[in-house]
Design a protein around this ligand. Structure first.
Ligand SMILES: *[C@@H]1O[C@H](CO)[C@@H](O)[C@H](O)[C@H]1NC(C)=O
Ligand SMILES: *[C@@H]1O[C@H](CO)[C@@H](O)[C@H](O)[C@H]1NC(C)=O
Ligand SMILES: *[C@@H]1O[C@H](CO)[C@@H](O)[C@H](O)[C@H]1NC(C)=O
Ligand SMILES: *[C@@H]1O[C@H](CO)[C@@H](O)[C@H](O)[C@H]1NC(C)=O
Ligand SMILES: *[C@@H]1O[C@H](CO)[C@@H](O)[C@H](O)[C@H]1NC(C)=O
Ligand SMILES: *[C@@H]1O[C@H](CO)[C@@H](O)[C@H](O)[C@H]1NC(C)=O
Ligand SMILES: *[C@@H]1O[C@H](CO)[C@@H](O)[C@H](O)[C@H]1NC(C)=O
Ligand SMILES: *[C@@H]1O[C@H](CO)[C@@H](O)[C@H](O)[C@H]1NC(C)=O
Ligand SMILES: *[C@@H]1O[C@H](CO)[C@@H](O)[C@H](O)[C@H]1NC(C)=O
Ligand SMILES: *[C@@H]1O[C@H](CO)[C@@H](O)[C@H](O)[C@H]1NC(C)=O
Ligand SMILES: *[C@@H]1O[C@H](CO)[C@@H](O)[C@H](O)[C@H]1NC(C)=O
Ligand SMILES: *[C@@H]1O[C@H](CO)[C@@H](O)[C@H](O)[C@H]1NC(C)=O
Length: 378
């Protein structure tokens, strides 16, 4: 409770807030519309400055929102003295340089939004002390080094987004041992290597998991099927091997499964949609799936986009494809499909794009009822 005391005790500390804000302003070297230069002036109380929200008896800074202001500069370490700060948003500016370690002192922080800047260096290990943190968004910066493991131990976290940086290292094997509330985990477009930890399955509130565009190897763990609220599963553009665990299709809330550009092999699991399935988007492009494409796949009535190109599927295309009445996009090209093209494809009235070239199909191409459909057969 020390931090609570620090937050209310002396009225002296409110002048610390002003000092810290002026320090922050002093390192902002460019502000194309001069908002801060004009507005953050000592004539008026800092609680009336643009982007500042104060609260409590002592009028301490609770919220700092200077997103979208075309600010350029580094972040002053004095930010760590805004000891009552709960919410920080500096997104969509051009802040560069390091994230100050001193931010680890802001024990009341619930929200850090720093996406769309040019911050570099590593994620401060001191973030691991921000016990109240709900939302940590560092998307689209130039951060490198490893993710401090302690961050995955902050049990109030609802959203973590580290996507589009240059982070490396592995994910901790016990990543989800203490993240009961986590709904969003975005680590896409980094350089993370190693296996996908099976303990991810313990993040049972996860709705969006994006690990695409990294260097993950090994298999997709069966335990992923335990994330019963998952809607978006994005694992594309890694180097994943092994088969696709059928447990994934235990997740009846799944809307999107993206596995493109990996080395996933074996047959596609049977009965992917034997439950009330919502699957809309299935991207299997450029893997090593083989065997026949199962009739049961065509019970996924909500499918809008089915991309199978660049695999080793064989056999004929079942007539049941005509069940996919919501289908807008179908790619079957670069496989070993044989036989004739089912006329039922012609009944799919939502279909706009069909790619079936580079197979060993025979017969004629069905006339598509939907005007404007592009049928690529070259
Ligand atoms: C600073 O901006 C706030 C919010 O837009 C406004 O209410 C205030 O009058 C401005 N102060 C100065 C000195 O420009
Ligand atoms: C920044 O601009 C975007 C797009 O105009 C807007 O949606 C968003 O609410 C703005 N953010 C803030 C914090 O003002
Ligand atoms: C970023 O800020 C600019 C104004 O500086 C605004 O036009 C743009 O919509 C914002 N973009 C986002 C993604 O918020
Ligand atoms: C922070 O600013 C970004 C960019 O404008 C915006 O998208 C986001 O919603 C803001 N976050 C909060 C909590 O206001
Ligand atoms: C604030 O953080 C810095 C660096 O992490 C540390 O050295 C310092 O002791 C902290 N100050 C307080 C008051 O906790
Ligand atoms: C971070 O960027 C600054 C320029 O803003 C550069 O001088 C520094 O070398 C960079 N550091 C790292 C670790 O990339
Ligand atoms: C994670 O948190 C638990 C309980 O809050 C604590 O016992 C454990 O030491 C922490 N682990 C790390 C690596 O910080
Ligand atoms: C993230 O990075 C990728 C690859 O550099 C880029 O294509 C994409 O537009 C970026 N995403 C966002 C939302 O900026
Ligand atoms: C998670 O899934 C695995 C394999 O699918 C299973 O053996 C295990 O019991 C499940 N764990 C929990 C906590 O449900
Ligand atoms: C992917 O894995 C294969 C087989 O293990 C290996 O030959 C290849 O070099 C790996 N590619 C990358 C980009 O890591
Ligand atoms: C999950 O999937 C596995 C393999 O497909 C199956 O044996 C198991 O019964 C399923 N569990 C639930 C709860 O649906
Ligand atoms: C369908 O997925 C492909 C990638 O497989 C993508 O290029 C295309 O834009 C998607 N189409 C629709 C309508 O979502």
């Amino acid at each position: 409770m020390l931090y609570l005391l620090m937050c209310v005790v002396a009225s002296v500390v409110s002048s610390t807030d002003e000092y810290a804000l002026l320090a922050l302003k002093s390192l902002i070297t460019s502000n194309s519309n001069e908002i801060l230069a004009k507005n953050w002036s000592q004539g008026a109380s800092y609680c009336n400055w643009i982007g500042i929200t104060c609260g409590g008896r002592h009028q301490r800074v609770r919220r700092l929102n200077i997103a979208n202001m075309s600010l350029r500069g580094t972040i002053a370490k004095e930010i760590g003295q805004l000891s009552c700060l709960r919410s920080l948003n500096i997104s969509n500016n051009s802040f560069h340089g390091f994230i100050p370690n001193e931010m680890g002192n802001l024990s009341q922080l619930r929200e850090i939004e720093m996406q769309d800047n040019e911050l570099n260096g590593s994620i401060p290990t001191s973030f691991g002390f921000l016990k109240s943190l709900r939302n940590l968004n560092l998307f689209q910066n130039r951060l490198s080094g490893e993710i401090p493991n302690r961050i995955f131990n902050l049990s109030y976290l609802v959203k973590i987004s580290f996507g589009n940086n240059s982070l490396s290292g592995n994910l901790p094997i016990d990543i989800c041992n203490n993240l009961p509330k986590l709904e969003t985990l975005i680590i896409s477009s980094n350089q993370i290597s190693g296996n996908i930890p099976p303990s991810l399955g313990k993040c049972t509130n996860l709705k969006l998991l994006s690990l695409s565009r990294n260097f993950f190897t090994g298999g997709i763990p069966m335990e992923i099927g335990n994330m019963s609220k998952l809607q978006y599963l994005r694992l594309g553009m890694n180097n994943l091997t092994g088969g696709l665990p059928s447990t994934i299709f235990n997740i009846s809330s799944l809307l999107e499964l993206s596995l493109e550009f990996n080395q996933i092999s074996g047959k596609f699991p049977k009965d992917p949609c034997n439950k009330p399935a919502m699957l809309e988007y299935l991207d299997l492009r450029y893997n090593k799936f083989h065997g026949e494409i199962l009739t049961s796949l065509f019970q996924c009535h909500a499918l809008q986009n089915l991309s199978t190109e660049g695999n080793e599927f064989t056999g004929s295309i079942p007539n049941e494809i005509g069940n996919l009445s919501a289908l807008q996009w179908l790619s079957l090209d670069e496989n070993g499909f044989s036989g004739s093209i089912p006329n039922e494809i012609g009944n799919l009235s939502a279909l706009q794009f069909v790619y079936i070239d580079s197979n060993i199909l025979t017969g004629t191409y069905p006339l598509l009822s939907n005007f404007g459909t592009q049928f690529s057969v070259c």
